[in-house]
Design a binder for this molecule. Sequence first.
Ligand SMILES: Cc1cc2nc3c(=O)[nH]c(=O)nc-3n(C[C@H](O)[C@H](O)[C@H](O)COP(=O)(O)OP(=O)(O)OC[C@H]3O[C@@H](n4cnc5c(N)ncnc54)[C@H](O)[C@@H]3O)c2cc1C
Length: 331
Amino acid sequence: MNSPITIIAEHFEGKIRPVTYELVAFAHEIQKISPQKILVVILETGQTAMADEIAKAAGIDVVSLQHPGLNSYNQEIYVSVLEKWFSKNLFSYLCTAHTTQGMDFAPILSARLNCACITGVESMNRQNSTFFFTRPIFNGKASAKMVSSTPPTILTVQTGIMKFKPGESALAGKVKTESVSPVQRFTRPLGVVRARSDSQTISDADIIISVGRGVGKKENLDLIYRLASLFSKSAVGGSRPLCDLGWLGYSQQIGITGMSVSPRLYMACGISGAVQHLSGIRGADFIVAVNTDPKANIFNMADVCIVEDLTTFIPILIEELKKTPAVGGQP
Ligand SMILES: Cc1cc2nc3c(=O)[nH]c(=O)nc-3n(C[C@H](O)[C@H](O)[C@H](O)COP(=O)(O)OP(=O)(O)OC[C@H]3O[C@@H](n4cnc5c(N)ncnc54)[C@H](O)[C@@H]3O)c2cc1C
């Protein structure tokens, strides 16, 4: 089959979301076992700056589908525009992100196009001549191998799994613009309300200081925020119980029912390492864990294991880091 592996770009407030480049990396993985061209499709309004950026950064051809009202995501428009476009432009695999956006439109689109939809995909492999996709099940305690019986196939790909550095391509792709006639809409978005807290930076943070029930009391969170503030491009995240307690926002929750993250450094403070939490940090480059229990499961995944009480260890760490010029200290 020669139809391209097609990616749907994600964007917000005129900026490409980093997950788009993770999809590019995933498409390259598919390409290794199923060699086909890669194409990016972006739905936007009145501009092609984002399409140009992807074409340049990823070296891939981009189709910019122009439709009014797409400065922010709208499910009705996405489904109708993509249904129309894909009825004439075939794809072999359609890669969307396993985000609220991808999860929202991908299943409906697959029903409209009468094709398979495999959600929450982590990897693609081949067994003899059969391609299969792996996705977590039972809250990450097991994984399932899924096969699409007939192409084409729509995939929602877990975030934080793949890494791709934009700007790696020497040769820019081409950008083609197509205007799509307005589709019928039944809803009207009134605007976007930003979440409180710095949680929006979690998906982009280089350093995440993450906190669990071992923090003991809400006042101790101050230690975690003070530690995070010593680093640039840092964010505070946490385990689900802290979000359930209301000590952190739900958009700071990391794990299978929260965010999947891929920072350079992930520091887990007072987190036991339940499978539901670990499934969200598999993309982290380096993990440091602080826990009083030497048998805590988080230590099985951590690169550095610190068996200490976080309330005594973190203040000392903060003081030491302040003396380090590269972090928060004086040169
Ligand atoms: C359907 C479902 C979905 C879920 N989704 C998620 C999810 O997305 N994300 C998530 O995180 N969880 C999720 N959970 C919950 C998950 O199963 C665990 O209950 C949760 O991750 C545990 O959080 P924790 O590590 O903070 O707390 P605990 O398991 O209670 O661990 C606290 C840890 O802190 C240590 N500790 C105690 N005192 C100190 C101290 N002073 N200093 C240092 N260490 C100390 C303890 O030794 C312990 O290891 C989900 C559960 C279900 C059923």
